[in-house]
Design a protein around this ligand. Sequence first.
Ligand SMILES: [Zn+2]
Length: 256
Amino acid sequence: MIEITRIQQAAEYLRAAQRVVVFTGAGVSRESGVPTFRDALTGLWANYDPHKLATVAGFRANPKLVWDWYAERQAQLRTVTPNAGHDAIAALEKSIPSVTVMTQNIDGLHERAGSTDVIALHGDITRYKCLADCQGNPTEVVIEDLVWDREQGPPACPHCGAWVRPAVVWFGEMLPPGTFERAVALTEAADVLLVVGTSGEVQPAASLPSIARQHGAKVIEVNPHPSALSRRAHVFLQGPSGEVLPQIVAAMHATE
Ligand SMILES: [Zn+2]
């Protein structure tokens, strides 16, 4: 049980804020039952090397295999729903003028919960793009408009004929252009950085709390366990986001 004063402290920071950045990681999705990349390597897929399923080289070597793997993960995602943590993050928009969600998750659950400004740092498993990015990076392709033989593998880009691939960031790939810069700029301008369900071991998660503090923002962390970020948080709230975030939102609206 978290002491009530720390929940109230977090709620006060948020109530006073004009601009909030919420940074989320795998922990938030896990609470909805979304398997992590490695968790998903089970059953039929248990013997596959992740680098064959989530790299450009692996896709070029066996486009159908990679396509089928993502199709299966997508089908899995249709069986899960946003949890109370996603809902609480979306609810922040009702009382705070500017809320941007930056997420390492590729499942689209923040949008489904109602968040309207979401930066998907690692892409979105429900979207597709041209492998050659022939019309600029990214060249999005809407596959619902395409007709192709699914037994043969992925469809071809309608512009250039290259394979169509999932619009996710694979191992060894850069984040979409400008993404890191936008993450930093938003964090510099934020009054509160709320970090949820990420270990903070990879960029940009690792550097955002320090950037926020340098620019005078309050840093709130919600995680089941202390992380690499916790010592840089003004308030650390230990627990699952689906339990902690609704308490914060409720405290924001409680009358004093
Ligand atoms: Zn193309």
